[in-house]
Design a protein around this ligand. Structure first.
Ligand SMILES: NC(=O)c1ccc[n+]([C@@H]2O[C@H](COP(=O)([O-])OP(=O)(O)OC[C@H]3O[C@@H](n4cnc5c(N)ncnc54)[C@H](O)[C@@H]3O)[C@@H](O)[C@H]2O)c1
Ligand SMILES: [Zn+2]
Length: 347
């Protein structure tokens, strides 16, 4: 990380696909530095709610603007087909560029359109939600939903660069900000560093760096990339069992607390470490979310076991004094004990 005034640049070290992530107030002014050579046309993909000042203006390059709908129901192959047709009508070639300006929905969709069009053209992400800055725009996962499930079709497609302009957070709706903070909280437990000590802009940059280091070590999720899913096993089940009325980042905040209880139930961490989890979620990020009413642990366990008919044990990412680990064969008994403790404290 090189400090350049109040702009920080984080390198994502992926060999010949390495790229920079520029973080800071006004960072969108740095997009021009990230554009690959030879680009003659830019297709900028965004949404109506994303403030237009985060659309970079690149002099001397023809830029067309393409809007996509808002919400997961527009994260479809239909949207990809429409975008690619629009790119073709604009005359974009193999050497041209897509710029995504928005949250994780835009970076996932525009990233997948870029991965598919002409079998892959360059893409730059201008992340405008906190979740996109610290998670979705980094690491090269792109894709769309099917009726059968979220993110079922996609590609690994690394961007040529990413910009996280912190000015964008000023207009982000409060609930979206909280979702980003829920995701940010998990990073406190992926590394054993005092992220609390960092001012917010540097903390965003450090989260980018942590995700970058993990992706560089495990681009295709064979191993430690799973650590990025800390808190996510319960979180996904909470989302499914509430028909997605709980937002992903809210569910992650709860999932991180549950993971702490489960870690303690298995003797992996002590009371002090559990309280550190509560401190980060409740005090540092002020996330007050409670467990939705009417959820049964049996249904949650079934959801965590996905399509398995009978579930005796499950796999979780769990904390220990040596750091996170993927732990398989966690017994249903331990899960139920931890869930009872967790709900008695968070209802
Ligand atoms: N690829 C990955 O690794 C990865 C990781 C995490 C999440 N995701 C995906 O990211 C998506 C969620 O992303 P998200 O939480 O950013 O939500 P989102 O992209 O749906 O954005 C939420 C809303 O905020 C609006 N918005 C965005 N920036 C704004 C701004 N600066 N001011 C005002 N409004 C703004 C958007 O238009 C949208 O209406 C999901 O589809 C999820 O699957 C992908
Ligand atoms: Zn997540």
């Amino acid at each position: 990380m090189e400090p350049m005034s109040d702009i920080e640049t984080v390198k994502i070290d992926l060999g010949e696909r390495a790229y920079s992530v520029v973080v800071g107030h006004g960072a969108v002014g740095h997009v021009a530095d990230l554009i690959p050579q030879g680009v003659q046309r830019i297709a900028l993909v965004t949404q109506e709610s994303v403030p237009p000042q985060f659309r970079p203006t690149i002099t001397g390059v023809h830029t067309s603007v393409h809007f996509i709908g808002e919400g997961e129901s527009f994260k479809t192959l239909g949207t990809i087909e429409r975008l690619c047709s629009e790119f073709a009508r604009q005359g974009l070639t193999r050497k041209d560029l897509v710029i995504a300006v928005g949250g994780g929905m835009v970076t996932d969709v525009a990233g997948f359109a870029a991965a598919s069009y002409h079998r892959g053209i360059s893409v730059i992400h201008v992340a405008t939600s906190l979740l996109a800055m610290i998670d979705a725009a980094i690491g090269g996962k792109t894709g769309v939903n099917l009726v059968e499930g979220k993110n079922l079709v996609g590609a690994f497609w690394q961007p040529s660069g990413v910009v996280c302009d912190l000015d964008a957070l000023a207009s982000l709706p409060a609930r979206e900000m909280e979702c980003g903070l829920g995701e940010m909280a998990k990073y406190h437990f992926i590394v054993r560093e005092d992220l609390n000590a960092l001012p917010f802009p540097s903390r965003v940059a450090r989260c980018v760096g942590i995700k970058g280091e993990i992706v560089a070590a495990d681009e295709r999720e064979g191993g430690i990339r799973a650590f990025l899913n800390y808190g996510h096993t319960l979180a996904h089940a909470l989302e499914i069992e509430t028909d997605f009325s709980i937002a992903h980042g809210e569910a992650v905040a709860l999932g991180v607390l549950f993971a702490a209880h489960l870690g303690r139930a298995l003797g992996r961490i002590d009371d002090v470490r559990v309280e550190e989890h509560y401190h980060v979620i409740r005090e540092v990020y002020g996330l007050k979310i409670t467990v939705p009413k009417g959820l049964g642990i049996d249904a949650l366990i079934a959801a965590m076991g996905r399509d398995k008919k009978a579930v005796d044990s499950l796999t979780f990412v769990l904390d220990a004094s040596s750091g996170l680990e993927v732990v398989s064969d966690v017994s249903v008994e331990a899960i139920k004990q931890a869930y009872a403790e967790f709900t008695s404290r968070n209802s």
